[in-house]
Design a protein around this ligand. Sequence first.
Ligand code: GAL
Length: 363
Amino acid sequence: MKKTSFMAVAALAGAVALSLAGCASGGGGTPTESGDGGDAAVGRACVILPDSASSNRWEDFDRKYLQEGLEAAGFETDIQNAQGDVQKFATIGDQMLTKGCGVMLLVDYQGAAPGVAEKAKAEGIPVIAYDRPFTGADYYVSFDNVKVGELEGQMVVDGLEALGKDPATAVVVYMGGDPTDGNAAMFKEGAVSVMEAAGITPAAEPPGVWDQAKSATNFEQALTSLGGQVDAVWSANDANAAGVISILMKNNLRDVPISGQDAQLGALQYILTGWQTGTVWKPVKLEADAAVATAIALLNGETPAADQELEDGTPYIAVTPNSVGPEQVKDVVAAGDADAAELCTGDVDGVSLADACAEYGVQ
Ligand code: GAL
């Protein structure tokens, strides 16, 4: 057994004792108060993911890294996905709490998390707002989301300048995220601060979404309202960017700088072939590991050090994100967050991905 995991198990054992003590003083939902360590609920980490449509990250990365991290720390895991359904989110929460949870990690979906958190807190269960903020959590563990936005805004500004276009007169469309996701405002705050400093004002700003198909429809309408003219697009994530790019392709509009976030495989392919300027890569393993460490500390009654604080006072652990253009795609592959064989297969609009990968040293 590696030293780190032994220490984690030791930490969890301490947490079990602590939680059992709490249980004797009235914490609900814990099946045994015998004090013999047989309280299965204490060792269960309950996780609710939001959906699959907004990003592949939840099922492809967060599930995997949270499961690995939590199990290495000695937890049993119960990880479920609300699949974009607020009611389902609540039902999953109730079912998890009936079985018992030692800690809950919730990724909010359209305001569904606070209700579940309230019930968990009533049972004395620590709650972590994982990736998305919401009121009532003990801690918020995410990336530095204003920084994410700043990196996106910089892609737009740099992209325009590389084309010799003046940002102050450029026609820029803003494609933000779903406003019910507390992160969307932070992404926008960061992006707007950088774009405004370069003189950019939005030419059109359709409603925020996290959805490729809706983004395509919204962007197409915006483009029509602009008489078919667009110089750049701030897109808050890769799913939205993919929707926009489908419309740019349909209209044969090349050389339109566009940002993104999540380092999705399709986005990396667009970046390598010049359709997308860049993406913000957020190595999910770092975020999952930070959440696991926070869970253990909370169960041990400790106060983990926070980097920032949300406006409502929730301590915020903010992992640093990375900007990825064509030259950095190989770093995402090297870290295991994209598969070179998958990435370098096929073509985008007639450009071979094998050639593009060779050009940028992706292997
Ligand atoms: C955000 C998250 C991003 C992106 C987006 C769409 O809250 O931080 O990584 O996936 O949601 O789901």
